[in-house]
Design a protein around this ligand. Sequence first.
Ligand SMILES: Cc1cc2nc3c(=O)[nH]c(=O)nc-3n(C[C@H](O)[C@H](O)[C@H](O)COP(=O)(O)OP(=O)(O)OC[C@H]3O[C@@H](n4cnc5c(N)ncnc54)[C@H](O)[C@@H]3O)c2cc1C
Length: 391
Amino acid sequence: MRTTVGIIGAGPAGLLLARLLHNAGIDSVVLESRDRAYVEHRQRAGILEQGTVDVLRAAGAGERMDREGLRHDGIELRYAKKRHRVDFPALTGGRSVMVYAQTEVCKDLIALQLKEGGPLLFEAEALAVEGADTGSPRVRFRHEGVEDVLECDYVVGCDGFWGVARKAVPAALSRTFERTYPFGWLGILADVPPSHDELVYAHHDRGFALLSMRTPTVSRLYLQVPEGTDAEAWRDEDIWAELERRFETADGWRLQRGPITQKSVTPMRSYVHEPMRHGRLFLAGDAAHIVPPTGAKGLNLAVGDVVTFARALTYEKETGSAELLDAYSATCLGRVWQAERFSYDMTTLLHRAPDATAFEDRLQLARLERLASSRAAETDLAEGYTGFPFG
Ligand SMILES: Cc1cc2nc3c(=O)[nH]c(=O)nc-3n(C[C@H](O)[C@H](O)[C@H](O)COP(=O)(O)OP(=O)(O)OC[C@H]3O[C@@H](n4cnc5c(N)ncnc54)[C@H](O)[C@@H]3O)c2cc1C
């Protein structure tokens, strides 16, 4: 098999890249190790930044998102039983975010790819990227039990944190930056309308909690839990009781309970691999970087990377200049580090570390009071939340 761009992974990064390249008249092949149902039902992110929304619309993949997604103009911060709303459009000159689940983004992009785009092979596991530093890189893969080779002009590793693409960058040229957190998120999906019409980020002595949603009838809620927690060790009744404690306000706000349909624990990690390019191999999305989910940045960073790559390759095709491809890693890393900083700030603002001192507890409250009383502090949060510009 031969193609211009070999894409490993059909998560949001790989699927959107295939769509952007198709629209630019550049052919690609997508290899995905899992089956279609798995990719379409994997519960993950749910908040699309303004820039992501704009890109999906421009790519012709925004029709259902605009019909079914929920535009959100703010979030609520909750601490010491108080509530403070951050108004995004007022602070950012009109920017907002969209609640539309990653599962739905993937379903829309898969349907478009299968209808109009190039080959998208499910259950096709990439085994290795070879010749990344030559003019003709290859992806060795196994599809339906048979090993094959995809010859490419470029390979883009969109295969997530556990994929194979990153391994093709020689260790001597790689630098990694990492932080793990001593807590995770116990996340539930529940068949109950969200108890608030915007996301609620709650700071509490017992730990962080987040109220989010997937649709007008499905709530997504999270609890900070110790690292290594088994989701099944939490009874549904105990989850609701703990959520009620952490969301409690002085004004009698109430959390609606409903049947829990899914529960899982997500570990929290910050990770960056530099550089994001080696020869003709480019890394995009979780293959190159991970953020803790507190800032809702993971999916949006993946989108930013593939937009940068698609623009750079289109530029090369139109002008013959590899200038933007050469700048890919630096361009992406500028935005990645801003998102790392923002996600780290949000995480340390809202979570209670197991070894937190009384001094650190007071500092967290002072930071929250500052956000609630200073337009400058609030604007910084609103700009970060609604997103950093795509390069
Ligand atoms: C459990 C979990 C919960 C999350 N929750 C949130 C959240 O609430 N908010 C938020 O903003 N972000 C969240 N994230 C992060 C967000 O989902 C990711 O940043 C986003 O999925 C990145 O997209 P991606 O396409 O780069 O990678 P992925 O979505 O990981 O896609 C990679 C794809 O590559 C495939 N693949 C892997 N190896 C191979 C191989 N060898 N060959 C072929 N295919 C391969 C995988 O099957 C997968 O389909 C969460 C992540 C996880 C893991």
